[in-house]
Design a protein around this ligand. Structure first.
Ligand code: IVH
Length: 671
């Protein structure tokens, strides 16, 4: 490819990736599969490796993070980032409405815009000529910290706006984390012995504060934009229209949950509705922000010291309650991490009865000075299990007992060790039943080997009856073994064995994730499976080979090398192989009869769906793409095929009907 061609392809790829990123992360309406997106992204990375001069600051490749900083530099906001006055009940809100109308000397009802108050971290983004130039935190309102590189890694922040945007645009919004993502992040941190975050807001703040943007890139952050700072060349008359404009320019705005309402009573009614919805939302909100819609009126109202007169936050009541810690249980995880869990006297917190709270680790227990018997304030954030916020020390009787870090594992008695860089202690036992139980649960789980029916109950029985000592033993179970279970019939036993058998050929990436190597979650497992193609290749990989892979750091490399050097692990892998567990590998597919061949399907297909067709090709090592080019080997044309068929004819590409394609597969499979 010459320079000119490379530049053209580069700009094509950037546009396509920007477009699909926007569809996926901003509009939540993807048009291509993740695999197709990955393919485009890898092509871009390769092209930029060969032609480094093509890399521009707004290239989608810049989202993976840049070189670490020593410290953040300060960045002054052109206009101060104000904060909001809070209202706590309807009376406060009616006061606000009265004040506003008095100030404007009007008896008319006021048009308000009501937005969700996201519980995250406020940021400002500066776009010049449509390109994201700077990003900063709110700081003290006048000067924030420049966190541009971190913000660039957030997929819902556009690096480039649509062509209709104004020449200068300062956008303000809230960066946050979905509750599910937050829980998953905490779970994996717990397993890795790292301190967990108390709530999604802290997790967001912690992620944005990283000097190494590659770490931020791994965190599931999102943004909703809700306002502007300086803006040149745009004259919207009202706030709601401005929000719509922001969305048109490519920014993510929570318009779906924003209401334009007339008069305070409508606002109060909507607040009650939002409060009802609160527990069903995928993210945490701590109230509603009410803004005067008319921008001229906003200017007239102006601001007093640090808060505008044209807006107010109507806060939600905190989801807190007071209860007693009846006991502290020690939970042993899959990797031996021991976490303390508070067993609470059941208490209702805004409609939900809670009886457990995570205490995270002993640093946290010490920080809050938590003891058994203490009266404590617990707080619930969405559907996250509650946190202990503080101890009510006045209520202590003196009979409370503190819980020291254990010296031995509560499940197997092995010594417990706390490594220098970890906050959780770990059981060092090689055959700890608690670790084994968690490993089995993880192995069988939906995201891993997906063994339908093998849940908590059966795993408990397998362990109780001594039927398994490792995941490999699952594959040698016989019907008679299962008959020893309580309430196990013929049908059920057959079903369970069939499910176990059916998991033998899961894709390599799932198998890798199922093995539960430290630092290797689903994403990393996919990456390694793709890179190495087989378990054998991965087992042979050394540090250097692993570290040469984009996204693989020293922790992952160590984890892989350590895992495969353990004799016990090698023994288990051997047993798995002998039992017939043969993960489906990319390599096997690469050796397939259609390896290296590219297919395009066009027109109305009647014998199979497009997806099925694609799978048939991919299973045999081929590729199915959307457009005809010189690289296409075969075109399969259904009824009413149009321009793609014409183009294929022009290029002299082999053309099949659906039936001919099926015949062709049969022949290649047989050969
Ligand atoms: S407007 C002058 N809108 O709440 C307007 N703020 O307590 C100032 N926040 O610092 C902000 N969602 O971090 C606004 N829809 C929303 C918001 C929102 C969350 C946060 C923001 C701000 C704080 C003010």
């Amino acid at each position: 490819m010459n320079q000119q061609q490379a530049a053209r392809r580069h700009s094509e790829l950037c546009s396509q990736l920007h477009h699909h990123n926007h569809l996926y992360h901003v509009l939540d309406r993807p048009e291509i599969s993740d695999a197709e997106y990955d393919r485009l992204f890898r092509e871009l990375l390769k092209l930029e490796q060969e032609h480094p001069e093509l890399v521009s600051p707004e290239s989608p490749s810049r989202r993976v993070g840049a070189a670490p900083l020593d410290k953040f530099s300060p960045l002054r906001h052109s206009l101060p980032m104000l904060s909001l006055e809070n209202a706590f009940d309807d009376a406060d809100m009616r006061d606000f409405d009265q004040r506003t109308r008095r100030f404007l000397a009007t008896s008319d009802e006021i048009d308000y815009v009501c937005e969700m108050k996201m519980d995250g971290v406020a940021v400002e983004l500066v776009f010049r000529d449509g390109l994201l130039q700077d990003g900063s935190t709110r700081g003290d309102g006048t000067t924030g910290e420049k966190i541009t590189e971190n913000l660039k890694t957030i997929p819902s922040i556009p690096l480039r706006l649509s062509a209709t945007c104004p020449p200068l645009l300062e956008v303000r919004g809230e960066v946050y984390m979905d509750l599910n993502d937050f829980q998953q992040l905490n779970r994996s941190r717990e397993e890795e012995g790292l301190a967990t975050f108390a709530n999604p807001r802290n997790a967001t703040a912690g992620s944005l504060r990283q000097l190494d943007s590659k770490i931020t890139a791994q965190r599931p952050l999102r943004i909703f934009c809700y306002g502007v700072g300086l803006i040149e060349g745009e004259r919207s008359s009202c706030h709601f229209k401005l929000l719509e404009r922001l969305q048109d320019w490519g920014l993510r705005v929570n318009l779906e949950n924003t209401r334009k309402l007339r008069g305070i009573e409508q606002v109060l009614a909507w607040y009650r509705e939002l409060l009802e919805q609160r527990d069903q939302l995928p993210y945490e909100i701590d109230g509603m922000v009410v803004k005067v819609n008319d921008l001229d009126l906003q200017r007239e109202l102006g601001e007093k010291s640090r808060t505008p007169r044209w807006a107010i936050a109507y806060k939600f009541p905190p989801r807190q309650a007071i209860t007693v810690i009846e006991d502290i249980q020690l939970q042993v995880g899959r990797t031996g991490a021991i976490t303390p869990v508070a067993l609470l006297r059941p208490v209702e917190v805004s409609g939900v009865t809670v009886s457990r709270a995570s205490l995270h680790n002993w640093d946290e227990i010490e920080r809050l000075d938590i003891r058994i018997g203490d009266q404590v304030v617990v707080e619930r954030a969405g559907d996250v299990i509650p946190d202990v916020v503080r101890v009510i020390e006045d209520k202590r009787s003196g009979a409370e007992r503190s819980v020291p870090m254990p010296a031995n594992c509560p499940a197997c008695g092995s010594p417990v060790v706390r490594l220098a860089d970890e906050v959780v202690p770990r059981c060092q036992g090689l055959s700890c039943p608690a670790q084994l139980k968690e490993s089995l649960k993880h192995f069988a789980s939906r995201a891993a080997m997906d063994i339908d029916g093998l849940g908590d109950r059966y795993i408990d029985q397998l362990l109780k009856l001594g039927k398994v000592t490792s995941v490999a033993d699952l594959y040698t179970l016989k019907k008679e073994d299962l008959f020893e279970f309580e309430r196990m019939g013929d049908k059920l036993a057959e079903k369970l064995l069939a499910a176990i058998d059916g998991s033998k050929q899961r894709p390599l990436s799932r198998f890798l994730a199922a093995l539960g190597l430290r630092h290797i979650g689903q994403h990393m497992a996919k990456l390694l499976a793709k890179q190495f193609g087989s378990l054998e290749n991965l087992a042979k990989a050394g540090h250097e080979e692993l570290l040469a892979i984009h996204e693989v750091g020293p922790q992952v490399a160590d984890s892989v090398v350590n895992f495969f050097s353990s004799p016990r692990n090698r023994e288990i892998l051997d047993q798995l192989r002998q039992a017939g567990v043969k993960p489906d590998t990319e390599q096997r597919r690469a050796g397939g009869p259609l390896s290296g061949k590219t297919f395009v399907f066009t027109g109305a297909l009647s014998r199979f769906s497009r997806k099925e067709a694609q799978e048939m090709v991919e299973q045999r090592g081929g590729r199915a793409t959307g457009s005809v080019s010189k690289k296409t080997d075969y075109l399969v044309a259904g009824d009413e095929a149009g321009s793609k068929l014409d183009k294929a004819k022009q290029l002299g590409i082999a053309i099949f009907t659906e039936d001919e394609f099926l015949d062709f597969l049969e022949r290649t499979d047989g050969s």
